[in-house]
Design a protein around this ligand. Structure first.
Ligand SMILES: [Zn+2]
Length: 564
C-alpha cells in the first residue's frame, strides 16, 4: 500500500519545496498583471476525464491557429472550456512526461525517466488520490511506455495497457472508442476518474481516408528551419535519426506533414464523438475534462530530425491544454500564462475539493485564471535522452527553463564531455554534431553544446540565440537551475525515504517495442538482446550445474539385478 508522507517528514519537504520555489524565482522583472474574466462559483467535479493525445504538436491544431482545419471539434469545444496557449511539458518524451501528469512532479523528482524505471511505492499518483476518496478509476492506453510495469496502473480499478499485437502505433481510438463509451455508460452514476492515452498521432503515421479528404485543398505548413534545406526529406532520409518514422514512403516533407496533420484530424473526430457521449449522458456539466499531450513533434524545425525525444525547443515541449471546468467556469477563456503539466494534479484535486499531497510541485490552474499567482510560473524540463545514463541533477542532462517569453536551454553536457574527450564529430561539414565514441552510428544528434537563450515574443520559433549578448542573465539563471534540481533531488529523497526503486528487467518483447517506438536504436537493441541471451544461457548452465551437483550428492541407488 502506498501512503502519503508520514507526519514527521513535512518540515524537510517544506524546506525543499521552499528552496525549489526560491530557485525558480525571479530572473526578470515581474510581469504586468493581466485581469482575467471574473469567475462564477466553483462547482465540485464529480467526474474527471484526462485525455492524453500522444505527440500532438500544439501549433498544428486549428484551435491554436494552424491554417488547416485539423481540430474542428476542439475548436467548438473551446467555447465551453479554457484554452491554455503556453502549456509546457516537462520532458519531450512519453515515459517521464506522463509520469509527471500522474504525480504532479518533475521527472527528476518522480525519477521515472529511463525505460527500466518504475515509480517507487511512496509516491501518490492522482489515480490513487482519487481512488482513496471513493472515485471509480479506469485507465486505457496503447501501452508502450504507459504499461503497468512502470507503475502507471497504481490506483486504477481497471488499467488496460494491452498494445495491439505487432504494435504499429496509431490505433488507440480505433480500438478503444467503444470500450471507452461502454465504461462511461456503466459508471455514469458513480464519481469516476477516466484516463485515456493514445498513440494515434505518433509515427509511423497511419492516416484515415476521411481525415485526409477533409484536409484536401489545404497545404501543410513547413517550418522555416526545414525550408532552409534544399531538399528537407532527402536530409531526413540521410540521417534517419528515428527509424520508426518510416520516411521512405514520403517524396517530400509536405507529404510527411500531410500525413501527420491527418492523424490530428482523425483524433479530433473521435474525440468529438467521445465528448458527445458524455454530453448525451448528462455527465459533461459537472465533469472536469482535461485534454493535453505529453510532447509535440519536430519537422526539421531546428535542422536535427523529424520526431521527438531529444530537443527542448517549443515544437517539442509546448503542448495543447484544454480544460473544461465543471459548471461552465472559465468557459471561452484563452489564457497565455506559462503553465505546466505538473499543474494538472493540483487542478484535479482542487476541482474535486480534496487535498493535494504536499510533495506535488504544481499549482492549481485556477490560480492562474484568477490572477492569484504572485509570480509567473516557471516551466522547467529536461531531455533525459541526452544523458549518459542515470545522470543526476544537472550532470549530463539538458534542461530548459521558460519564464514568460524568455526561454533558456542548457548546453548539452554529453556534447561537452565528448568535446573534452576529443570524440565530438560531424559526419559532414554543416551537419549536426554526434558523440562518435558512444554513438558511432550517429543516432543522437547533439544540437548545441552551448547554452541558448531565446525571446519568444519576437522570435517564437527560436531562430535567434541571444546567449552571447546576455551573458549576465545566463549567469543568473544557471545557479537557480542548479538549485532547482538540487531541490528536486531533496524532494525525491524525502518521498522515497532514501529507498531505491526496483528496476524493471529487460525482456526481448519490451526491447522490440522500444525499437519500434524509436526510443532505442537497432544497434542498442542488438546489444541488449545479446546481454539477455547471454544471461539466459548462463542461467541454463547454472541450472544444469546445480542438477549435476544434486545428483552427485544423492545416495547411490541400491544394486539390483535389473541392470542391462
Ligand atoms: Zn509520447
Amino acid at each position: 500500500m502506498r501512503s502519503p508522507l508520514s507526519p514527521s517528514t513535512p518540515l524537510v519537504l517544506v524546506t525543499a519545496l521552499a528552496l525549489a520555489a526560491a530557485a525558480v524565482g525571479m530572473f526578470l522583472a515581474s510581469r504586468p498583471s493581466i485581469p482575467e474574466k471574473q469567475p462564477d462559483v466553483r462547482v465540485r467535479a464529480d467526474r474527471v476525464i484526462l485525455i492524453s493525445l500522444d505527440t500532438l504538436r500544439q501549433d498544428h491544431m486549428s484551435l491554436y491557429g494552424y491554417p488547416r482545419p485539423t481540430t474542428p471539434n476542439l475548436d467548438a469545444f473551446a467555447a465551453k472550456s479554457t484554452v491554455f496557449t503556453n502549456a509546457m511539458s516537462q520532458a519531450p518524451y512519453t515515459l517521464p512526461s506522463h509520469m509527471t501528469m500522474m504525480t504532479g512532479m518533475h521527472p527528476l523528482s518522480h525519477n521515472v525517466r529511463y525505460h527500466q524505471d518504475r515509480l517507487a511505492e511512496n509516491y501518490v499518483t492522482i489515480a490513487e488520490r482519487l481512488q482513496s476518496t471513493g472515485f471509480k478509476t479506469a485507465g486505457f492506453t496503447d501501452g508502450g511506455f504507459l504499461e503497468s510495469r512502470h507503475g502507471f496502473d497504481a490506483g486504477f480499478d481497471v488499467y488496460d495497457d494491452k498494445a495491439q499485437p505487432g504494435w504499429v502505433a496509431n490505433n488507440g481510438f480505433r480500438r478503444r472508442s467503444q470500450q471507452l463509451k461502454d465504461w462511461i455508460f456503466q459508471r455514469q452514476r458513480d464519481r469516476f476518474f477516466l484516463f485515456f492515452h493514445t498513440f494515434d498521432c505518433h509515427a509511423p503515421y497511419v492516416t484515415d481516408d476521411d481525415a485526409k479528404a477533409a484536409l484536401a485543398g489545404t497545404t501543410a505548413v513547413v517550418p522555416e528551419g526545414a525550408r532552409a534545406f534544399p531538399d528537407p526529406i532527402a536530409r531526413l532520409k540521410k540521417f534517419r535519426i528515428h527509424d520508426y518514422m518510416k520516411l521512405d514512403q514520403y517524396a517530400s516533407i509536405d507529404e510527411l506533414i500531410d500525413a501527420y496533420d491527418a492523424t490530428i484530424r482523425f483524433v479530433d473526430q473521435r474525440l468529438g464523438e467521445l465528448l458527445t457521449t458524455l454530453e448525451t449522458l448528462g455527465l459533461l456539466d459537472t465533469a472536469l475534462v482535461i485534454i493535453t499531450s505529453d510532447h509535440g513533434e519536430s519537422f526539421l524545425d531546428h535542422g536535427v530530425y523529424a520526431g521527438h525525444g531529444l530537443t527542448l525547443y517549443e515544437e517539442e515541449v509546448r503542448v495543447p491544454l484544454i480544460v473544461k471546468f465543471p459548471g461552465g467556469r472559465f468557459a471561452g477563456v484563452r489564457n497565455a500564462d506559462v503553465v505546466r503539466l505538473i499543474d494538472l494534479y493540483p487542478t484535479i484535486c482542487a476541482a474535486c475539493e480534496i487535498d493535494t499531497p504536499i510533495q506535488v510541485e504544481g499549482i492549481d490552474l485556477e490560480d492562474a485564471l484568477l490572477d492569484r499567482d504572485t509570480e509567473p510560473r516557471v516551466a522547467l524540463g529536461e531531455s533525459p535522452n541526452f544523458a549518459d545514463h542515470k545522470s543526476e541533477g544537472m550532470d549530463g542532462v539538458t534542461n530548459y527553463v521558460r519564464r514568460e517569453n524568455l526561454k533558456y536551454i542548457d548546453g548539452c553536457k554529453i556534447g561537452v564531455q565528448a568535446l573534452m574527450d576529443g570524440h565530438l564529430g560531424r559526419v559532414a561539414p554543416g551537419e549536426p554534431y554526434y558523440d562518435l565514441k558512444n554513438d558511432p552510428l550517429g543516432m543522437k544528434a547533439i544540437v548545441s553544446t552551448k547554452p541558448q537563450l531565446f525571446d519568444l515574443t519576437n522570435d517564437p520559433h527560436e531562430r535567434v540565440d541571444l546567449a552571447a549578448q546576455q551573458q549576465e542573465l545566463i549567469e543568473r539563471i544557471r545557479p537557480r537551475l542548479t538549485m532547482q534540481w538540487d531541490a528536486a533531488l531533496a524532494i525525491r529523497e524525502v518521498v522515497t525515504q532514501g529507498m531505491k526503486p526496483a528496476e524493471i528487467e529487460d525482456t526481448i518483447e519490451m526491447l522490440e517495442q522500444l525499437v519500434q517506438q524509436g526510443y532505442i536504436s537497432v544497434a542498442d537493441f542488438e546489444r541488449r538482446k545479446q546481454v539477455l541471451e547471454m544471461r539466459k544461457f548462463q542461467e541454463e548452465l547454472d541450472r544444469k550445474e546445480r542438477e549435476k551437483k544434486k545428483d552427485a550428492e544423492a545416495p547411490a541407488p541400491a544394486e539390483s539385478g535389473s541392470k542391462r
